[in-house]
Ligand binder design. Structure first.
Ligand SMILES: [Zn+2]
Length: 310
């Protein structure tokens, strides 16, 4: 497919390829409503094995009626195709970089940085709101949640937080990250969120449905469609613990995502190959487990288990 400038994508439903300097382009789909309104940017597949968002964007593109849409939805359904097709978790294979850690990118850097550059230069300027779809990767078990930017300019942070309440996920997490696709967008003043649905290399029909309903509700919140539904069951984390391995070993979790845990409870252990215990991870306070790694082998600095207090 030939490369396209976003402004060349026509009315109604249109598909194109955004140019990325020095390499393959990025698929971009556009749904333009008959009435004016904001532009919502939806991205998926930044991590190549987080599947639910990729399928949700395909469903949304095929099913959304542009006749009743106010504004425009720009979809980037597969930002890291180079990682997706060979099943490479979290990285862009040709440079080994995590695309969600290279924002803001240097000009004309490695492949991951050039993809980021295309997003910053061509997509950010169009966005009135941005939602990046992730999930637990093949090696993560996770309960659905949304991260909102806690350190972005106030207007963007406030709108993102209000919008998050309209997604069908039960946990809302303030994030101080600044170097990812959505978190850097938020630093530049674009209200932006990161939603996590799925994990363990799965893409279940009900996860896609949940995400689709969430997107429709978000469009309602942005006055682009009719279906804003505030999720009254959603809770915001008051504090978070991201427990990491202090060295190499075998990780044996003792909890599951969504499980309530109590101060002092063992969340998992790290052992050596002979079964000698190296490290015991205990809850520092009462909370709810949000995700943990399924990798048996872990190295120093790897995320083991994350829980929050709500
Ligand atoms: Zn991800």
């Amino acid at each position: 497919m030939k490369l396209t400038k976003l402004r060349e994508l026509g009315n109604g439903r249109a598909k194109g390829m955004l140019p990325v300097s020095g390499g393959e382009g990025l698929p971009v789909w556009s749904l333009r409503g008959r009435q004016d309104g904001p532009t919502l940017v939806l991205t998926a597949g930044v991590h190549g094995c987080e599947y639910v968002g990729i399928l949700t964007l395909r469903r949304l593109f095929d099913s959304l009626e542009t006749a009743s849409l106010r504004g425009r939805v720009l979809l980037l359904p597969l930002v890291n195709g180079e990682g997706f097709f060979p099943g490479s978790k979290q990285m862009v294979p040709s440079d080994g970089k995590n695309l969600n850690r290279v924002f803001p990118p240097p000009p004309d850097g490695t492949r991951a940085e050039r993809i980021a550059q295309a997003v910053v230069e061509q997509v950010y300027p169009q966005a009135d709101f941005l939602l990046d779809l992730h999930g637990g990767d093949v090696n993560e078990a996770m309960t659905p949640l949304v991260f909102f930017p806690a350190t972005a300019p106030e207007a963007a942070a406030d709108q993102a937080r209000s919008a998050a309440k309209h997604l069908e996920v039960d946990y809302r997490i303030p994030s101080t990250a600044q170097n990812g696709l959505y978190s850097y967008a938020a630093q530049t003043g674009i209200p932006a969120l990161l939603m996590e649905v799925g994990g363990m290399g799965l893409w279940l029909r009900e996860q896609v449905e949940l995400e689709l309903r969430s997107l429709q509700s978000l469009m309602g919140f942005l006055d682009m469609g009719p279906q804003a539904v505030e999720n009254l069951a959603q809770k915001e984390a008051r504090r978070m613990c991201y427990a990491e391995a202090s060295g190499r070993g075998l990780w044996l979790p003792r909890v599951v995502p969504g499980q309530r845990v109590y101060t002092g409870e063992v969340l998992g252990t790290v052992e050596d190959l002979d079964g000698q215990e190296l490290e015991t991870i205990r809850a520092q306070w009462d909370g709810i487990v949000l995700y943990h790694t399924l990798s048996l082998g872990v190295s120093g600095g790897d995320m083991l288990v994350t829980y929050g207090q709500f």
